[in-house]
Design a protein around this ligand. Structure first.
Ligand SMILES: NC(=O)c1ccc[n+]([C@@H]2O[C@H](COP(=O)([O-])OP(=O)(O)OC[C@H]3O[C@@H](n4cnc5c(N)ncnc54)[C@H](O)[C@@H]3O)[C@@H](O)[C@H]2O)c1
Length: 352
């Protein structure tokens, strides 16, 4: 079976979920939980993890299958991943960790040569799962991807695929780039986009809307530091704003850290508007998910789509795939349009 060789930057909960998920689907035929069993002939277990980078002393130097279970990772276990033969390497810290130095003890091991590691592991795609606010570190890994000749998928809210200068650099490097900020499978953003679009399409005037999120993992703890949050708010808000042709007062973002929720995320979406005859309407929705698996369900599609782009020699930003899989893509699309565009792209009927 053809494989997709993937490197990971940031062995946190999202990495844990995708590594476990790929193993989970390798053990059973069931399609339950997948948007697509096959993307261009690739199944989730076509994905092979060949290299990984972190900075935590609890994770660096360990096999990836062991490192994904180390604290403070706290997503539930869905499969027993055997040792993968991939040792987590020490990446450069840069701005990867903010005030959480006591939660993430930094490894004293020497930094690996990331470009050399990407080349020697024969990685094809580097996935970026760093903490929110890691702008310099993300730029470092994006640059390393270009130098190492690998595609880049940016799961976090630092703007790379949606930044024209970065997109141009990847184009010049002959490589595809996808992102930014993964849009979870049954997540707050896709639900909020769908509600606003439905209200607008059916003639209601949306007057105000908010989306408040709480969770108990390191991602939420890190996001208590408001200065790291600017791009996250922008990413989440722009996705919902794009669903309305007029300006709607909108407040969206992570709202608190509740430790005992662990990797569960609870989201409250509210919108107020007026329909026929100025009659008021309110929609109040609560969503409760396990955060990391919600991202993995989409990243398995993003990875397989990016592999097809590599095979076809597509360079620069992947617009259809990014609109379908990410909150802050180079081009926003309503969900059904993005899904149709992704399917045309994977079927080879659309260049990017
Ligand atoms: N549903 C979701 O979970 C979801 C959705 C959208 C976006 N995201 C984003 O994905 C990212 C990862 O989420 P997570 O829950 O796995 O976070 P996490 O905090 O559990 O994991 C981040 C990992 O990165 C490591 N790290 C920090 N600095 C590093 C560096 N310089 N080099 C290498 N590794 C470094 C940390 O030690 C940690 O292991 C976050 O930015 C999050 O906002 C997640």
């Amino acid at each position: 079976m053809a494989r997709i060789r993937v490197a990971i930057a940031g062995v946190g909960n999202c990495a844990s979920a995708i590594v476990q998920g790929v193993h989970y689907y390798s053990e059973q035929e069931s399609e339950a939980g997948l948007t697509y069993r096959s993307v261009g002939g690739y199944t989730p277990d076509s994905i092979e993890f060949v290299s990984a980078f972190d900075v935590s002393s609890r994770k660096v130097g360990k096999d990836l299958a062991i490192a994904i279970q180390e604290k403070p990772n706290n997503t539930p276990r869905i499969s027993n991943v055997p040792k993968l033969g991939v040792t987590v390497k020490r990446g450069p810290l840069l701005d990867g960790i903010g005030y959480l130095m006591n939660v993430v003890p930094v490894s004293r091991e020497a930094e690996a040569d990331v470009v050399e590691e990407l080349i020697s592991s024969r990685a094809e795609i580097l996935v970026n799962y760093l903490p929110v606010g890691s702008t310099r570190a993300t730029n470092f890994y994006a640059d390393a991807a270009i130098k190492g000749g690998v595609a880049f998928i940016n799961a976090i809210p630092v703007f790379v695929a949606s930044d024209p200068e970065w997109a141009e650099r990847f184009r010049e490097g002959g490589l595809p780039v996808a992102g930014d900020d993964v849009m979870s499978q049954i997540g707050a953003t896709v639900l909020h986009k769908t509600l606003v679009k439905m209200a607008v399409d059916r003639g209601a005037k949306v007057d105000e809307t908010y989306q408040l999120n709480i969770g108990g993992d390191t991602d939420f703890l890190n996001m208590l530091e408001e200065s790291r949050l600017r791009d996250k708010r922008e990413s989440k808000t722009s996705a919902v704003r794009a669903m309305s042709p007029y300006e709607v007062p909108t407040r969206i973002g992570p709202s608190d850290y509740v430790p005992f929720l662990m990797n569960d995320k609870v989201c409250y979406i509210w919108l107020k508007g007026r329909y026929f005859g100025g009659t008021p309407v309110e929609i109040d929705v609560k969503l409760h998910v396990v955060d990391a698996y919600d991202s993995a369900g989409v990243m398995v599609d993003a990875i397989r789509g990016t592999k097809l782009a590599l095979e076809r020699g597509v360079k620069g930003e992947l617009t259809s795939l990014s609109a379908f899989c990410f909150k802050h893509p180079p081009k926003q699309m309503p969900y059904p349009e993005a899904k149709a565009a992704f399917e045309e792209f994977t079927a080879g009927k659309r260049e990017r």
